[in-house]
Design a binder for this molecule. Sequence first.
Ligand code: OVV
Length: 394
Amino acid sequence: MTLLPSTDVDPFGPEVLEDPRPFHAQLRDAGPVVHLTRYDTYAMARYEHVHAALVNWQGFQSGAGVGLSNFHTEKPWRPPSLLLESDPPGHDAPRRVLGAILSQRALRRLREQWFAAAEELVDAVLAAGPELDAVPALAEAFPLRVFPDAVGIPDEGRENLLPYGDFLFNAFGPRNELMEAGLADAGRLGAWVNEQCRREVLAPGGFGAAIWAAADRGDITPGQAPLVVRSLLSAGVDTTVQGLGAVLHAFATHPGQWRRLRADPRLARVAFDEAVRWASPVQTFFRTATTEVRVADTVIPSGKKILMFLGAANRDPRRWADPDAFDLARDPSGHVGFGMGIHQCVGQHVARLESEALLTALAARVETIELSGPTRRHHNNTMRAWASLPMRLG
Ligand code: OVV
């Protein structure tokens, strides 16, 4: 029996959120499982074990919540998600419905429209001059331009989407300053989001209406439909914003890779997955041990929370050659930035299409991308995020 390694480092503290890479290396090197003494939870940071746990939904459940809080002992801040915070068999019907609506095939009808929207946005940004902050001007602007329309929500109140997501992703962590700072507005934001999930509010032809149509067919119940729409509005905006921020930052700091993309714009798709691997916009989710589960030499007691470090697994040198390099020549498939197994990101094709549209528009118009000032992180308990990315487009 080997002793279980432990650390009292706070994975949600400001130093780790500013730059988690040294802590990730420490966790990976300590062993397959590490005890996080501050929260009496367990951590996995090596690719092999993160991957194995993500595909083992029988041993590592999501129904007790995928944040630090255990829904079996603490009341969740909002009714649990039918997709994220649920297990088979209840998980499966909502997942099947949303999976079909967001499938690559179903998204084909949006492709032309989103490519045109990206060209329009990039033209407008370039007309305003070569210097910009890529966070508001591109990473936020593009998803906000195309995604709420695709869901079919009205224009009014869309400014609530990003703050709602920021709070939601903070709420997966402990009740620290980041979480507390969002509490004052959480009720109002949550009420607005819930209002957008009603059948009467959602425009015909959108993802939201398609979810209600699935309820009419009996594929899900009418009681489930608004919660499935809520998942779109919860997981569909901040995540893609940070994914686009990551890929723009990656290119701004890797000029050779930008030249490569310009030479072959079909690399736009692999570029996004490589950026999701490299930056892991969603850094962590918890699981809960359904019974005593053994991982390598460690027995995790039933009911304990386990923090899965997606970002650490995605840069594990045991799995990836030269893991810190952003490299379009690598095959990033198998990364766990979208998760893995039955909960793997149901919106990943939406995210890829948004990124492909934006990168294709940029590659056709912009020879060089470079940072033009100091970048600034946005701290969130779950997301690795940018507050500001000053850039010059040449
Ligand atoms: C993946 C994810 C993040 C946040 C919220 C949800 C899903 C949801 O289903 O509400």
